[in-house]
Design a protein around this ligand. Structure first.
Ligand code: NDP
Ligand SMILES: O=C(O)C1=N[C@H](C(=O)O)C[C@H](O)C1
Length: 234
């Protein structure tokens, strides 16, 4: 598989290493103000850049007829624009807040727990995420996906960052040196507490999942999710 890397920072570099180990090649890579290689030659584009760059990167690939796997977070208010563009071009697109297998299993565990806890009103639910200090967006895309999973089964009205409003699901975002990504959902009562946590030890899980998604998407048309890639039922 010939890969274009749109964004060649921390994630782009890990994806390149693991993709080459798997026998794929990288035919194009771009950063803020540089690019090298031949974009049109790519079978698939893997996009990990920045909130302000995602729409332009994804559009460029869809307009060139290249399937796109996008992991960038913090731009999803414009997700539907990219879905419309993909459909109008009969293209292929997967966006996910987190590509690791473990987190995608954790998303299902999170929803199951939320459903189980729903009748037990003495427990108050909250979400915490911790990431490295270079992260641009808060809360993390993964924390938002977790919050959306909880809201399907909860009386809470919405999620809010650092909210003290009881009607909102509180997300706390912490920034600490070199943390790859830790997500915790907590159910607290006056009597006890239940916590579910996913800890990423490295970026390899995100990169491996993005490569799996690219292999899945390469010869398909349409809009898919990581659940489609991993065969996880809703
Ligand atoms: N879905 C998932 O599983 C995961 C998602 N992410 C998300 O992926 C994104 C990238 O993460 P990460 O690799 O750690 O970030 P980095 O900052 O390390 O790398 C970002 C890359 O994008 C480029 N870039 C930044 N701004 C622009 C711009 N305006 N136009 C074009 N290119 C730009 C940077 O260029 P330059 O090198 O010149 O600075 C760099 O090459 C983030 O949104 C992060 O939240 C991260 C991990 C997992
Ligand atoms: O910026 C990161 O590093 C990460 N971003 C993603 C997110 O916002 O959820 C995924 C992962 O947690 C790492």
């Amino acid at each position: 598989m010939k890969i274009a890397l749109l964004g060649y920072g921390k994630m782009g570099k890990v994806i390149e290493k693991l993709a080459l180990e798997k026998g794929h090649s990288v035919v194009f890579k771009s950063t803020i103000d540089s690019s090298e290689g031949n974009f049109k030659e790519a079978d698939v584009a893997i996009e990990f850049s920045a909130p302000e760059a995602a729409v332009s990167n994804i559009s460029k690939a869809l307009e060139a007829g290249i399937p796109v796997v996008s992991g960038t977070t913090g731009w999803l208010a414009r997700y539907h624009e990219m879905v419309n563009l993909c459909e109008s071009r009969n293209g292929s697109f997967i966006s996910a807040s987190n590509f690791s297998v473990g987190v995608n299993l954790f998303f299902s565990i999170n929803e199951y727990a939320a459903k189980l806890m729903a009748p037990w009103k003495e427990y108050d639910v909250s979400v915490e995420e911790i990431h490295h200090t270079e992260k641009k967006d808060a809360p993390s895309g993964t924390a938002i996906t977790m919050a959306e999973g909880i809201l399907k089964h909860s009386d809470k009205r919405d999620w809010q960052l650092d909210s003290s409003d009881e009607k909102s699901l509180k997300i706390t975002a912490k920034r600490e040196e070199d943390v790859k990504g830790t997500h915790t959902v907590s159910y607290n009562s006056t009597i006890d507490a239940i916590s579910l946590e996913h800890v990423a030890h490295s970026r390899d899980g995100f990169a491996k999942g993005a490569i799996l998604a690219a292999e899945f998407l390469k010869d398909k048309k349409g809009i898919f999710t990581m659940k489609d890639v991993l065969g996880i039922e809703d």
